[in-house]
Design a protein. Structure first.
Lengths: 317, 160, 511
């Protein structure tokens, strides 16, 4: 197997050298978009409506490939190993920084070139209906009395873990974490009262209206018009603004001309009213940055992630 | 004493479980998880060690109970060589798939395995064989890549 | 309620809904029949088409795929002995021997009508008891899930023909396969020996396709002297097998003449469907095991008895109804298929959850109606296509083997678009063939594979939530499930003792 991989790598390198001539005619065939999570998941739901819009502006089919496994790192490795010819896009969110510092994978955001940032999904602190608290203040009081006893369902080392950990730090409380990977299992556990708290987003609003869940606070700059009753963490005295940020990358070494074409097409696709509508249904807002802006943004995000992971004791030494 | 098939299988799985059991103690602890990543594998491996040991014991007891000179029941002739060859052809196909691309590799594979299982004698039979090989590759490619948006492996040697 | 259902039926009978429903059912039946193409893959493949449709059109098409796929797997299971989907695994146990024994038509139509009746009873449950059943499922915490999985494995290990110990060892092997690779809690690589290839783990579906497809095809290849395909069997008995023509009254009579079997298998299917994370692949095996346990002649199971087919096929279609209960009432997917359906609903801006049925009655009852109609369409499609389906078995092994293997390779590759899955397919093809040659039963291994990750995750979750291990026994549902598991093991041991005392050792490969 190793030799096969080596041959693959060698041929990929050869293909990269022959690339500039092909760049002018790009794209000539369907483009693969690697989504490192399962079909029907949060990330998949954001990129699936985007794919046909991008297709409209780039002129070739965009085919979503769900490359799943090991906290999204199988997809990351697959994207990194793909030929840098613009025919492989990589749909990413903040996890790429977190899993790297947690020591799960050696793949890093800098193994890729930025194309665009598309969306931001603000995190919402959500409580089980079987918990006694109605507001953050009651939760905070209870948490101080019972350190390390209130359970939080989270994907360990990923965004749903970082967000409650930031609250822990700001409020001076201690939670107990239980591993529930992905939003769907977390919802199951919290509806049944098997965990007390979790990170979710506004897609779960229907369950709140039905009295099955409680939104305690949203980690946005200001209250969301979809859920005007939910206070922001800033109002509650915690300087936390946290959203899951999703964008597109391509493997390092993709020719500049190809990247420019993708950048332009993404810009047009992201500005379509249809995309904004689709994102609203996902409890998300369009948060577009072009390739030139997305690069420095990722650098900043990576530095912040390193600090957060180290402070929380999750970084691998 | 010659070991039976079950004893042999039991011993192999017993050895595997012991080796992995030793390895499981070398796994790192995680700060957040109270029992660490080796906890559950150890349960599985101990379960496996016990059942494989039981299999060996059961087989030895059964062998002792039966007289050793009972002739094995007559088995029909089995073409194990053909099975081995088929596995090799599949393996070659998988090696060639990312190099030649789905379309070419599939034509070669379907033709090769067909010829191995039932060697054509006349040129008509060879033509049918080739037609089936090309049709399989073309139809699956069209259906999956064109209509079902499932991208199939592309050849790094051929870009096809 | 019946007014709403009638309205739903009238809606779905309009052309603009009937066409997607029919297309979905047809694609589902074909996808389910093709080995290596799972319902999950079929539904992912049609997902993009649903974006352009209105929500009910899209959901009708998906419901059609789910129902058609659950039934379509039986065609391949009976005629080729390869389950077209994991939910038809147990159908191979008796369907294939029956077809090979010269009654392919009876095998297939027993399956079709069992799917039909199982599905309709499942539909009745779906409509009537969505609320209460889902409320029970929600009470299941990590302890209950863990105990439930233990019970499931204890029950299936008892399926093994030749030896209970081999059944248990098979389960252990299945569990061990899921342990290799990256650990599901902290992503620590386990038993990878430093290899990047192993650290990705062995995904369930390539392993399953590899073990089943290769073991079956290679077992056929090794026997050149004896008839290789049912076609050859049929050629020697032309009067029996040229058509699938059977008396439908007789077949339906055979099924309805066993009301307890049909109902119990359906209930097993529904319950497994309602519980998230188990899925159709476990339902058919559990129902099969139950049928065998309750049977007066358990030793004849695996030789082509109708009970085996009825149990497996009625449970897997009822399972679809159960899964729909869970996603519609709680917005929680029970398996990969319903996860995709739920994703499609969210993309259309539909919030599924407890308010779904009351706030979107037209859509909810439209789905119920689509589910019921899909069963009728499924029977029509199989009736019209049955002779065509038989053609599969007329193809010679030299042609069939490479084509099926190519489809398996596509199936493995398209699961996550990497060659890694295809290599896994071959490795486990070799391994599965070796196990069959060693007389190991495959069913417990497969169940270990399906449940392995979930067992570990729920065990660790339970420990992370509360460090008291006695909770597994003191929580009432969990304790009851573990008690049943112990009982099941005891029963299996007793049955095997009795069986061995009565019959001489047989050397038939357990396949």
């Amino acid at each position: 197997m190793r030799t096969v991989l080596r041959i693959l790598a060698a041929t990929a390198a050869l293909a990269a050298m022959a690339m500039p001539a092909a760049a002018q005619n790009y794209p000539e065939r369907p483009i693969k978009m690697i989504v490192p999570w399962a079909a029907g998941g949060d990330t998949d739901n954001i990129f699936r409506p985007f794919a046909p819009l991008l297709q409209k502006h780039i002129g070739q089919p965009i085919v979503i490939a769900n490359v799943t496994g090991a906290s999204g790192t199988v997809g990351a490795r697959e994207a990194k190993g793909s030929p840098p010819d613009g025919y492989t896009l990589y749909a990413v969110h903040d996890y790429i920084h977190l899993v790297h510092y947690a020591g799960v994978t050696d793949v890093k955001y800098s193994d890729f070139e930025p194309i665009c940032l598309l969306s931001a999904t603000p995190s919402v602190l959500t409580a089980s209906p079987k918990t006694p608290w109605k507001t953050w203040a009651e939760l905070a009081e209870d948490a101080k009395k019972r350190p390390g006893q209130i359970t939080v369902g989270a994907t360990l080392g990923s965004t749903s873990h970082i967000f409650p950990a930031l609250i822990e730090k700001a409020a001076g409380v201690k939670f107990k974490y239980v591993s529930y990977e992905g939003l769907a299992p977390r919802m199951n556990a919290i509806l049944g009262g098997h965990v007390d708290l979790t990170d979710s987003n506004l897609t779960q609003k229907g369950k709140v209206d039905a009295g099955q869940l409680k939104f305690l606070a949203i980690a946005a700059e200001k209250r969301d018009p979809e859920a005007p009753d939910v206070p922001t963490l800033k109002e509650l005295g915690m300087d936390i603004v946290y959203a899951v940020l999703r964008g597109l990358l391509v493997p390092k070494g993709t020719p500049a001309a190809v990247r420019a074409k993708l950048d332009e097409a993404c810009g047009k696709a992201a500005k379509e009213a249809e995309f904004a509508d689709a994102m609203k249904k996902q409890g998300t807002r369009v948060s577009y940055l072009n390739a030139a802006e997305y690069g420095p943004f990722l650098d900043k995000l990576d530095r912040e992630s390193k600090v957060i992971m180290t402070e929380l004791g999750l970084a691998k030494q | 004493m010659r070991l039976g098939r079950d004893s042999l299988a039991g011993l192999i799985f017993f050895a595997v479980s012991l080796i992995l059991l030793v390895q499981s103690f070398g796994l790192p602890q995680l700060p957040l998880v109270p029992v660490g990543p080796g906890f559950y594998p150890r349960i599985v491996l101990i379960f496996m060690a016990v059942t494989s040991a039981a299999l060996v014991v059961q087989d030895l007891l059964a062998r002792r109970a039966e007289p050793a000179d009972v002739p094995a029941p007559a088995q029909p002739q089995r073409a194990y060589g053909l099975v081995a060859l088929s596995f090799v052809i599949v393996a070659l196909y998988l090696v060639l798939l990312p190099l030649l691309g789905y379309r070419i590799a599939t034509v070669l594979f379907v033709a090769a395995l067909q010829a191995t299982l039932e060697r054509p004698t006349t040129w008509q039979q060879w033509a049918i064989l080739a037609a089936i090989a090309i049709a399989t590759s073309a139809v699956t490619y069209l259906v999956f890549e064109r209509y079902l948006t499932v991208l199939l492996p592309r050849g790094s040697w051929t870009d096809w | 309620m019946f007014e709403l259902l009638g309205h739903g039926l009238l809606t779905v009978l309009q052309w603009n809904y009937l066409v997607p429903l029919f297309a979905g059912t047809l694609i589902g039946v074909v996808g389910g029949a093709l080995p290596g193409v799972t319902i999950t893959m079929t539904i992912i493949v049609i997902l993009p088409f649903t974006y352009g449709l209105d929500p009910l059109q899209g959901l009708a098409a998906m419901t059609g795929v789910y129902v058609g796929g659950s039934a379509g797997g039986l065609v391949t299971a009976c005629l080729l002995g390869i389950p077209g989907t994991p939910s038809a695994i147990a159908t191979t146990f008796d369907g294939f021997p029956m077809a090979r024994g010269g009654a392919p038509g009876r095998a297939i139509w027993l399956g079709v009508w069992s799917s039909f009746f199982g599905g309709l009873i499942g539909g009745l449950f779906l409509i009537l008891v969505t609320g209460p059943l889902a409320a029970i499922a929600l009470q299941f915490g990590p302890w209950e899930y863990f105990s439930l999985f233990v019970l499931a494995m204890a029950m299936v290990a008892g399926l093994a023909e030749s030896s209970f110990i081999k059944g248990l060892l098979s389960t252990a092997i299945g569990l061990l396969i899921t342990v290799i690779g990256t650990d599901p809690i902290g992503s620590v690589p386990r038993f990878t020996f430093g290899s990047e290839f192993i650290s990705g783990g062995f995904p369930f579906l390539p392993v399953l396709i590899g073990i089943f497809a290769f073991a079956q095809i290679m077992s056929d290849i090794e026997k050149p002297a004896v008839p290789k395909t049912p076609e050859a069997v049929l050629a020697t008995q032309p009067s029996l097998g040229v058509s699938l023509g059977v008396s439908h009254f007789k077949v339906i009579g055979e099924i309805l003449g066993r009301p307890f079997l049909l109902l119990w298998s359906t209930v097993v299917g529904i319950l497994i469907g309602v519980l998230p994370a188990i899925g159709g692949s476990a339902a058919n095996m559990l129902a099969y095991d139950q049928a065998k346990k309750f049977s007066r002649h358990p030793e004849r199971f695996g030789t082509g008895v109708p009970e085996g087919i009825i149990a497996s096929e009625s449970s897997n279609n009822a399972n679809v109804g159960g899964s729909l209960v869970t996603i519609m009432a709680f917005g929680i997917p029970g398996d990969a298929v319903t996860a995709v359906m739920l994703g499609a609903m969210t993309i259309h801006g539909i919030q599924s959850g407890p308010l779904f049925v009351s706030q979107q009655p037209a859509l909810a009852y439209g789905i119920y109606a689509a589910y019921i109609l899909a069963h009728l369409l499924m029977v029509l499609i199989l009736a019209a296509g049955a002779l065509f389906m038989l053609q599969i078995t007329r193809v010679r092994l030299a042609v069939l083997a490479p084509v099926v293997l190519v489809l398996c390779v596509i199936g493995a590759y398209a699961l996550n678009n990497t060659m890694q899955s295809v290599y896994v397919l071959l490795i486990f093809g070799v391994f599965g063939y070796a196990l069959v040659k060693g007389g190991f039963p495959l069913a417990p291994l497969i169940l270990g594979l399906i449940l392995g990750d979930q067992i570990e995750i729920n065990l660790i979750r339970a420990i992370m939530t509360d460090d008291n291990p006695l909770l597994f026994f003191t929580r009432p549902i969990s304790g009851a499930l573990l008690f049943c598991a112990a009982l099941s093991v005891a029963l299996a041991v007793w049955q095997h003792m009795r069986h061995r005392a009565r019959t001489a050792r047989e050397e038939a490969p357990d396949f």
